[in-house]
Design a protein around this ligand. Structure first.
Ligand SMILES: *[C@@H]1O[C@H](CO)[C@@H](O)[C@H](O)[C@H]1NC(C)=O
Ligand SMILES: *[C@@H]1O[C@H](CO)[C@@H](O)[C@H](O)[C@H]1NC(C)=O
Ligand SMILES: *[C@@H]1O[C@H](CO)[C@@H](O)[C@H](O)[C@H]1NC(C)=O
Ligand SMILES: *[C@@H]1O[C@H](CO)[C@@H](O)[C@H](O)[C@H]1NC(C)=O
Ligand SMILES: *[C@@H]1O[C@H](CO)[C@@H](O)[C@H](O)[C@H]1NC(C)=O
Length: 244
């Protein structure tokens, strides 16, 4: 038995460094795979030096945490990339803090796998052509500080973003988002805009934010809106016998 345990220990010591190395290879390969699905409309080299034989820390747009030897940021703003955003591949880099892909031409959904980027503090996707719903998994990104999706075509209801207690910036203006505005604690937010969407329901207590942050949502009611909210059905209107 002891010999067996020693053997296990010995072989695992041999194997572990290879596992670490192959994990890095997997991350590199999936980042390259993310990029390979995109086309760049301008004349720059669409590979951005992202290649298996080089260290990702030297790839265009990539920043590493040198001590932890992991990819921390991918910032590719204004590159005219078009194609779908393969969050599954991107989030194989589990230590990503910052994803910034503003002012490109991404199309289609943001897939639920964005939730695998658990360390994200910045998710900046404004100025693209994303459509569909913002997946529920975004509300599980507990470390998120800035979530900026303005100037896209997101629609449907938002997940419960009020769960993200450290959120500082939520900018979602100029989409087609429906449903109620999440019940944020507005005293924690520094930047907020949901103007020009299709939100409905009562205007929340916006504190420091002015009307321009909610304008262009004709379905909102109460507060500064022209239409008052329909009174909530008071408990006494329900036949009390049902609750006894
Ligand atoms: C990868 O980078 C190396 C070193 O810069 C270069 O020689 C090689 O051609 C590149 N491979 C591809 C497929 O771009
Ligand atoms: C392509 O986009 C990059 C990133 O914004 C920019 O630096 C470069 O000048 C652009 N090239 C052309 C030909 O527009
Ligand atoms: C975004 O939505 C608007 C309004 O529905 C539509 O006119 C436009 O074509 C959409 N753009 C894309 C890229 O889907
Ligand atoms: C959003 O609101 C606009 C203007 O009120 C309306 O034309 C459009 O049909 C709505 N879109 C959705 C998806 O509800
Ligand atoms: C919110 O967004 C709308 C639409 O882009 C803009 O007109 C308005 O000035 C913004 N408000 C603030 C406070 O930035």
């Amino acid at each position: 038995m002891d010999r067996f345990m020693l053997w296990v220990l010995f072989t695992s010591l041999l194997i572990i460094p290879q596992v670490i190395n192959s994990e890095e290879e997997v991350v590199k390969r999936s980042l390259i795979n993310f990029l390979a699905q995109l086309t760049c409309n301008n004349n720059t080299d669409p590979n951005l030096n992202w290649n298996m034989s080089t260290d990702p820390c030297f790839w265009t747009g990539v920043t590493c945490d040198v001590r932890a030897m992991s990819v921390k940021k991918v910032v590719l703003d204004g590159f005219s990339f078009t194609g779908s955003f393969d969050a599954g591949s991107l989030c194989k880099a589990q230590n990503l803090n910052v994803l910034s892909f503003t002012d490109n031409k991404f199309i289609g959904d943001l897939s639920a796998e964005i939730g695998n980027c658990k360390q994200l503090t910045h998710l900046l996707l404004s100025g693209n052509q994303f459509s569909g719903i913002l997946p529920d998994s975004v509300s599980g990104l507990n470390n998120l500080k800035r979530l900026e999706i303005f100037n896209n075509n997101f629609s449907g209801k938002l997940p419960n973003l009020a769960r993200i207690s450290g959120l500082v910036s939520f900018l979602a203006e100029n989409n087609q988002i429906t449903g109620e505005i999440p019940s944020f604690d507005f005293s924690n937010l520094e930047y907020f805009n949901v103007s020009n969407n299709n939100f409905t329901g009562p205007v929340p207590d916006l504190k420091q934010f002015g009307f321009s942050c909610i304008s262009g949502n004709p379905g909102l009611c109460g507060g500064p809106m022209p239409n008052a909210c329909a009174p909530a059905p008071s408990p006494s209107t329900f036949p009390s016998v049902l609750f006894n």
